[in-house]
Design a protein around this ligand. Structure first.
Ligand code: ADP
Length: 486
């Protein structure tokens, strides 16, 4: 079966080959049944019919309408029937075949047939040629249903005899004469037709297989060519290929993949630019201050050392963000859920942050609320809240105020962080939750973000089965919110 593997053959030739194979098998089956097996199938059907006719006649013995039945069976099945008594006396006869043998038989032969039938147990099937010569070799042995070879057109007449006994106990025999070869003219016509059908089907199959194979393979070949563009990094290529449903779906998926890759590539380039900028600034500051402190004793002040510490913290935060997001997205860490007071937690966080930003005049205020408990991963939710709070501080307006609000609504716990900054333009609202997205405009505060804060929030809240969002009006500020199931 090696040839069926067709490993390195193109789909076009594979399809072509299999369609052709299918057609050849169909033709072969047709030939086997119409040419090779026609004679024996016909013979078996005929013998079956003859036996059924005999059974019908035997079971109606004594019936007044037996003569009508014999006539009907005779004309319906193209057989000659004769019923004779054990003395050779003719009871019924129906003679419709011109070269019927039983009607040409001498009484002596019929009585001998009668005797043979009795000796065979009451049933006998014998083969004859059309002139009435009995096949002495196959006689009666074939009664079990075996059909003798009939190559030379001889022995195509059967005589089936069955003993029947009426109610009075008088025995008689029913003789049925039938021709068991299909009419030769019909066979010839069939074979002749079959040559034409075969030739036509083969030509038709070759053409059709070629067309189908081309039709199926062309879009695939086309799409493969386009996919090569994708692997070469050409994300703008047109990936639309028409043909059939699956290929259209595949081409649109490829188009989507290209668009996604394009986006990722764009973000990656941006990230590298951003991160290298973000890394370079603190690193050059650290290096500058450290060198000054080493070379100039007067520069070795606590203020300068603090600058180095601040910059290192900034770098640490940036690297931390990148690591956090990749950990969250890889799904390696599961949630460590517990019941805790979100109000207490947020309050502590605000106090800590206020201490850091108070020196710049910023103030975060928690609006009055109940003590609200949630089932959640405390450290992760704290991280999400922290990201929203730092963003709000970074982007809030001249009044340097940020308001936090905690409440219960619709069976969920909501947290809102409102600032009074410039707001977010509508076209950016959907993008701000994407990784590495950072707006073009500069932060109010001299703090550079990683562009990862909101995607970390999104990831954490989604993991908790919560919802997140932002309501923003240009010039009035933004309200970032999330909710968690209680
Ligand atoms: P970043 O570190 O740049 O702040 P984030 O993922 O936290 O990254 O935010 C992505 C972008 O969303 C920011 O660059 C900014 O444009 C916008 N953004 C976030 N918070 C606010 C806010 N409170 N007001 C206005 N814009 C905001």
């Amino acid at each position: 079966m090696r040839f069926l593997c067709l490993k390195n053959v193109s789909i076009k030739w594979k399809l072509f080959f299999f369609l052709l194979l299918f057609c050849s098998v169909l033709l072969a089956v047709l030939w086997i049944f119409q040419v090779v097996l026609l004679d024996s199938i016909y013979k078996n059907i005929k013998i079956g019919e003859v036996k059924n006719s005999a059974t019908a006649i035997v079971s109606n013995i004594g019936n007044d309408n037996l003569k009508t039945l014999v006539d009907r069976i005779s004309s319906e099945n193209d057989v000659c029937i004769e019923i004779i008594t054990q003395n050779g006396q003719n009871v019924y006869t129906s003679h419709i075949l011109p070269d019927c043998i039983i009607h040409r038989m001498a009484v002596f032969d019929k009585l001998s047939l009668y005797a043979r039938t009795i000796s065979e147990g009451g049933e006998l099937l014998e083969y004859y040629d059309r002139s009435g010569f009995r096949d002495s070799f196959y006689q009666s042995r074939d009664f079990a249903g075996r059909v003798p070879p009939n190559d030379n057109g001889l022995l195509d007449v059967i005589i089936y005899s069955r003993i029947m006994t009426n109610e009075a106990g008088e025995a008689s025999v029913v003789l049925i004469n039938s021709v068991v070869s299909p009419v030769s003219a019909t066979v010839k016509t069939l074979r002749y037709e079959l040559y034409f059908i075969t030739a036509f089907m083969l030509i038709f199959a070759v053409v059709l297989a070629f067309i189908i194979a081309r039709h199926v393979s062309r879009p695939i070949v086309k799409l493969t060519g386009k996919a090569a563009h994708l692997s070469a990094g050409d994300y703008d290529a047109d990936y639309s290929v028409t043909g059939y449903k699956e290929i259209e779906k595949l081409s649109s998926t490829l188009g989507l993949a290209a668009a996604e890759l394009d986006k990722v590539e764009h973000l990656r380039r941006e990230l590298i630019a951003n991160i290298s900028h973000d890394l370079r600034t603190p690193l050059s500051l650290i290096s500058g201050y450290a060198q000054a402190m080493r070379d100039l004793p007067g520069e070795n002040t606590p203020e300068n050392a603090q600058i180095i510490v601040d910059e290192v913290e900034r770098l640490t935060a940036l690297v931390g963000d990148v690591l956090n997001l990749s950990k969250l997205q890889s799904g390696v860490q599961s949630l460590n859920v517990s019941l805790y007071s979100l109000t207490q937690n947020v309050m502590q966080m605000i106090t800590r942050l206020n201490e850091l930003v108070r020196k710049d005049g910023y103030l975060i205020e928690l609006l009055p609320c109940d003590d609200i408990y949630v089932h959640a991963d405390e450290s992760r939710i704290s991280q999400a809240v922290y990201n929203l709070l730092t963003n709000a501080v970074n982007y809030t307006g001249e009044d340097k105020r940020v308001y936090v609000c905690l409440f219960r609504k619709d069976g969920r716990v909501w947290l809102e962080v409102r600032d009074t900054g410039e707001g977010i333009p509508d076209e950016n609202i959907t993008h701000i939750w994407e990784r590495y997205y950072r707006s073009e405009s500069n932060h109010k505060r001299a703090v550079t973000g990683s562009g990862l804060g909101l995607s970390i929030v999104k990831q954490i809240i989604t993991m908790h089965g919560g919802e997140y969002g932002v309501i923003s009006a240009l010039g009035e500020g933004s309200t970032f919110y999330f909710n968690l199931p209680i």
